[in-house]
Design a protein around this ligand. Structure first.
Ligand SMILES: Cc1ncc(COP(=O)(O)O)c(C=O)c1O
Length: 397
């Protein structure tokens, strides 16, 4: 099958992941793409050297067959015109912001954004002379009222980091475009299997590939997938900044992608089962999971998303000491600031940098502690037993 026909395959998600756009027959039939370690690329003669714009590869930084394989796989999943790779999910946030903002511009950012994104906006962007305002994730079409003539970027994340507020993505994007802004979304929670932002009017879809695409807690990488109108400027900025993804890391993500569908199905089912179980526990004030009908953003999730991943939160009633006892008693759940890998994790959530109170009302002031859970690939019964032990330890405080 030709490379062109592979790129346009429209089959089920797992078929797409298993086969991808990479053409094994482009390299002797080996089923996986090569890991190309490269700086120098040789040209056969001066004519080709001078006319390098017509060569696909010219220098290691500018891409290799390995990075192309991952970029094309992500384009296929996101329905994007082009994808760039960067060395972390956070770089996948900062590079597009740098690409589309200049001194004097205004940027609107959802208040439930990943905390390091906020730090970049408050730090580097403001230092550059960009003004930044945060908006309520439930803003919908009334984002129009916050737009200024100089608003150049509207940055979304849905669900929100740690608190899982759902946004009406199409309504925000329509109003942002009407005001002349470019829209970006951190789509890490859903992966392109559960949400395809470009179909909802988003211009740039951002992923921490570190999470579900890598899937094994052993690699850091990010990607930005863009529309035809925004891709050129995004790619130019990536190359001007001099960053790309390393070949071995790229290969790890390509390898992770092959099983992302089956892993996500498992993360989804286990997380839902445990979220429902937690909702029935007397120690739990609230469960924050978009796929639970009791969650305030459930209708928005249902209308826009086709699934839910393994990350959600719950509020454990009582003092911080009780929450610490719960967390310290866990044996299977590790205490660690990541997610999307094979192993379950738990962290207490700090919401002190939020400017708009859209998080759980039952957390804080000694009422309760918001705990974020990443549900891994373990057996649900063992994870439940682990949390039972945690609840017993909390009760003993
Ligand atoms: C929603 C979200 N976006 C981006 C990132 C950043 O990814 P990375 O850790 O690869 O920089 C994270 C990391 O936790 C995240 O949770």
């Amino acid at each position: 099958m030709s490379t062109e026909s592979r790129k346009t395959l429209h089959k089920g998600a797992n078929t797409t992941l298993a086969h991808g756009p990479y053409d094994p027959y482009s390299l002797h039939g080996f089923v996986n793409p090569p890991v190309v370690h490269a700086s120098t690329v040789l040209f056969e003669d001066t004519a080709r050297l001078r006319d390098r714009a017509s060569s696909q590869y010219t220098y290691g930084l500018r891409g290799t067959p390995t990075t192309t394989a991952l970029e094309e796989a992500l384009d296929q999943l996101e329905g994007s015109a082009g994808t760039i790779l960067v060395p972390s999910g956070l770089a996948a946030v900062t590079v597009p912001l740098l690409a589309f903002l200049s001194a004097g511009d205004h940027c609107l950012v959802v208040d439930s954004v990943y905390s390091p994104t906020r730090q970049f906006c408050n730090g580097t962007l403001r230092r550059m002379g960009v003004s930044v305002d945060y908006f309520d994730p439930h803003v919908g079409a009334s984002i129009a009222e916050l737009m200024r003539p100089e608003t150049k970027v509207v940055f979304l994340e849905s669900p929100g980091s740690n608190t899982f507020e759902m946004m009406d993505v199409a309504a925000v994007c329509e109003a942002a475009h009407a005001g002349g802004a470019v829209t970006m979304i951190d789509n890490t929670w859903a992966t392109p299997l559960f949400f395809r932002p470009l179909e909802h009017g988003v211009d740039l879809s951002i992923h921490a590939l570190t999470k579900y695409p890598g899937g094994h807690s052993d690699v850091m990488m990010g990607s930005v997938s863009a529309t035809a109108e925004t891709y050129k400027r995004l790619r130019a900025t990536q190359l001007q900044l001099g960053i790309n993804a390393a070949p071995d890391d790229t290969y790890l993500v390509l390898r992770g992608l092959k099983t992302m569908g089956v892993r996500l199905a498992r993360h989804q089912a286990s997380a839902l089962e445990l979220a429902e179980w937690l909702a029935g526990r007397p120690e739990v004030a609230e469960v924050l999971h978009p796929a639970l009908p009791s969650f305030p953003g459930h209708a928005l999730w249902k209308r826009q998303f086709s699934g839910s991943s393994g990350l959600f939160g719950f509020v454990l009633e009582g003092s911080l000491a009780r929450a610490n006892a719960f967390l310290d008693a866990l044996e299977l759940f590790g205490l660690g600031y990541s997610w999307g890998g094979h192993e379950s994790l738990a962290v207490p959530v700090d919401l002190s940098d939020r400017t708009i109170a859209t998080g759980p009302q039952s957390a804080g002031d000694g009422k309760g502690t918001l705990i974020r859970l990443q549900i891994g690939l373990e057996d649900v019964v063992d994870l439940r037993d682990d949390m039972e032990t945690g609840f017993r330890a909390a009760a003993a405080v």
